[in-house]
Write a protein that binds this ligand. Structure first.
Ligand SMILES: [Ca+2]
Ligand SMILES: [Ca+2]
Ligand SMILES: [Ca+2]
Length: 342
């Protein structure tokens, strides 16, 4: 019995070691499938964790967000405020893509449903609960950056002027049939994050968004390899388009509730990260955004002749650990068998 038990233990220990070695040696694989548990399983940790409940006072106030054509019913204000409340952001990068995961406090199934508004014979749709914006400053980019958040916006990005941004509200007419994010360049041109450019999915259960964007596409346009970048992220309540369709983003104007939305600035963001980077009253980025490394991991190796000899490559270390554990277990097992015979 004892011998059988020991063999079982030995087998289990070997399996655990092999699994550990496998985990060390393989890169995470993130699928854009509307299930962000793969990020957790891969051990990826947030680049920034934001407070819960730190949205602007207007976002929780039915007497402000309950007014005008973009009004929220009073009983929905609390739920909508949670959609606007940023919670955490994650980044990951491999040879082919950059990956982004954004968690908010609590999405609900119909948060993305669009409203319809017509001006004359021009009709447009817009979801009015929350929109999300991510601004990337790429230090080595060859393209000229943009300092305003949008055309005619009041906000300034200062020394962290952005080289591309990603915006989405996932407007939908059926739950699960989400719209793609919009990737915008400093000259205001843009492209949908879909097809060859990338993909996007929503995990309603875990209240999170996940997306990936083609590295080649970004690096080609930016004129540089991606490495260290700076990111500012914010959420906003969309406003009502005022006839000039296509001049998004229009956002809700909390200082003038009931007015149509307009280009944003000041304290029009509902929530933002990092918290110490943005001065709401000055409508300016005054601190350092989140610093993220989006280079290919591990960093590119120098050519072979310049490279110092690898003394202990990771696979040798992992294999050595397996051998030592198996050997120790075998010694213990043999000793027990000897003791049992005596
Ligand atoms: Ca996933
Ligand atoms: Ca927050
Ligand atoms: Ca915040």
């Amino acid at each position: 019995m004892r011998v059988k038990k020991s063999i079982g233990l030995l087998f289990a220990a070997t399996l655990v070691c092999l699994l550990a070695a496998y985990t060390v040696l393989t890169k995470p694989e993130i699928n854009i499938d509307g299930d962000v548990s793969d990020w957790d399983a891969a051990g990826l940790v947030p680049a920034y964790v934001d407070e819960v409940g730190d949205t602007m006072a207007w976002s929780k106030d039915p007497s402000i967000v309950g007014v005008g054509s973009t009004a929220e019913p009073e009983h929905m204000v609390e739920a909508n405020d949670k959609c606007r409340d940023l919670k955490a952001v994650y980044f990951y990068a491999d040879e082919n893509y950059i990956y982004i995961r954004l968690d908010v406090v609590q999405l609900y199934p119909e948060w993305c449903i669009v409203s319809r508004k017509c001006i004359g014979d021009q009709c447009g749709t817009y979801p009015n609960v929350s929109a999300y914006h991510l601004y990337f400053h790429v230090p080595d980019s060859k393209i000229s950056p943009q300092s305003g958040a949008a055309a005619a916006a009041e906000m300034s990005f200062g020394t962290y002027a952005w080289h591309f941004n990603i915006q989405f509200d996932a407007g939908c007419t059926n739950v699960g049939d989400y719209g793609s994010p919009w990737l915008q360049w400093p000259d205001w041109s843009g492209v949908s994050v879909s097809g060859d450019i990338g993909s996007f999915a929503i995990d309603l259960q875990r209240s999170a968004f996940e997306m990936r964007i083609s590295r080649a596409f970004l690096e080609d346009k930016l004129g540089t390899k991606l490495g260290k970048v700076y990111v500012f992220i914010a959420s906003a309540k969309p406003g009502e388009p005022t006839g000039a369709w296509g001049t998004w983003p229009h956002v809700f104007e909390p200082q003038k509730p009931g007015d149509p939305g307009e280009a944003f600035g000041a304290c029009d963001w509902a929530d933002y990260i990092p918290n110490d980077a943005f001065d709401c009253s000055a409508a300016a980025l005054t601190g350092k955004p989140i610093e993220v490394y989006l280079g290919v991991a591990p960093p590119e190796q120098p050519p072979a002749e310049e490279r110092p000899a690898e003394v202990f490559p990771a696979w040798i270390v992992a294999a050595a650990v397996v051998v030592v554990v198996v050997a120790l277990a075998a010694i213990v097992l043999l000793r027990r068998r000897k003791a049992a015979k005596k």
